[in-house]
Design a protein around this ligand. Structure first.
Ligand SMILES: [Zn+2]
Length: 381
């Protein structure tokens, strides 16, 4: 009896609007090869949204028939898929990348929350000139008066004066003046904390997967601890084993080491600390995180789907040749997916504001197409 498999599953439709064909490839996580693929049409299932579940049922049955046992399925948070997996007693995992993206989006809403009462936020909390510019003229004037600075001039002049007084790095540069209310949690927006939260969730999930946890309790706790790490309080880290300490942030090795003020992102028990804690309590729960303790990422499916476009473009409706085209994709994929790396080269700078990317890129050995001649031999002898 072969080892039980962990597989990726994600449905691809042949058009973006009410797809006629739906294809469900089953990809083995061990070697990224397609081990089963079911294509159904809207006619067969009665409705295009029924295709994914019907195809999954069919795929699981046919894998069972050839003696392959599935122990875990990784999918893109589809509740219907969840229900089928429960019926078959298969562990359900979800894509960590999608989860992090959603969490980041939700966290950014907190980051960008505007202050209703301007007095809630203080000018001296700003660490960038852009943050200074969102304060009202009155707040800037108040700050100038309290610090013995001149209070006259345009808003731009006030912003420049205040940022010089605060010794901000870009003080003196020209900035577009926004007519907005200040942010509720200035510290959150200024320390790129959405990105830090994302990488912290990744780290925690990967560590949980390495430990082989089956209970999401530790993972949930570890993620919740980030609210304390960001105030510079690592009391929890001191007592935790090495694979649960925070490593995303640099923190002093010794307990008595003097913290540099920059290491705090916000103050303990303050308004922002409370907001972060509440956020984590709401969105990072045991019942939600149980799908991520294996830290699986499902992007390989998207790559396979884009490979299908080479043989069956979404813009054309292939009535009779559709399944044959998909079969070609799978043959081509399985032959080329694990190609050797020929060289690794440096892509250059990573200073793009749009999307962070890896610094290195790999050049693989060229693709082969032995499957074509093998297929021809089968057909023509
Ligand atoms: Zn820590």
């Amino acid at each position: 009896m072969p080892e039980p498999l962990v597989v990726y599953v994600d449905c691809r439709f042949d058009s973006s609007h009410s797809g006629y064909h739906g294809t469900l490839p089953i990809i083995n996580t061990e070697d990224d090869r397609v081990i089963e693929m079911v294509t159904l049409t809207r006619k067969q299932t009665g409705n295009s949204w029924k295709i994914e579940t019907a195809a999954l049922k069919e795929a699981l049955t046919s894998l069972e028939q050839v003696g392959l046992k599935i122990q875990e399925v990784v999918h893109d948070d589809n509740s219907q898929v969840d229900a089928i997996l429960a019926q078959h007693d298969i562990m359900s995992s979800k894509d960590l990348w999608h989860k992090c993206k959603n969490i980041m989006g939700k966290f950014k809403e907190v980051l960008q929350e505007k202050c209703w009462s301007p007095s809630d936020c203080e000018v001296k909390g700003a660490i960038t000139i852009a943050a200074v510019a969102v304060f009202s003229v009155q707040q800037l004037k108040d700050f100038c008066r309290d610090n013995g600075l001149q209070t006259t001039g345009s808003k731009l002049q006030l912003v420049q004066r205040v940022s010089l007084a605060l010794q901000l790095p870009e003080a003196g540069t020209n900035i577009e003046i926004q007519r907005t209310r200040p942010l509720s949690y200035l510290e959150l927006a200024q320390h790129d904390l959405a990105y830090k939260l994302k990488s912290w969730i990744y780290t925690c999930a990967k560590n949980a997967a390495k430990r082989g946890d089956s209970d999401p309790k530790l993972l949930t706790q570890d993620i919740h601890n980030s609210a304390d790490h960001w105030v510079g309080n690592h009391d929890t880290c001191w007592v935790l084993p090495g694979n649960r300490k925070c490593i995303a942030e640099n923190w002093p090795k010794r307990r008595d080491a003097k913290y540099v003020e920059d290491e705090f992102h916000f103050v303990m028990s303050g308004k922002t600390h409370k907001a972060v804690k509440d956020f984590l309590k709401k969105y990072i729960t045991k019942s939600k995180m149980k799908f991520y303790i294996k830290a699986h990422k499902n992007f390989i499916n998207e790559t396979f789907h884009s490979g299908i476009n080479k043989y069956a473009t979404k813009r054309v409706h292939f009535d009779r040749s559709h399944t044959a085209r998909l079969a070609c994709t799978a043959l081509d994929w399985n032959e080329n997916i694990r190609r050797e790396v020929r060289t690794v080269y440096n892509r250059g700078g990573n200073d793009t504001a749009v999307r962070r990317r890896a610094r290195t890129d790999k050049k693989l050995v060229p693709r082969t197409s032995a499957w074509k001649s093998q297929l021809a031999q089968k057909v023509f002898g």
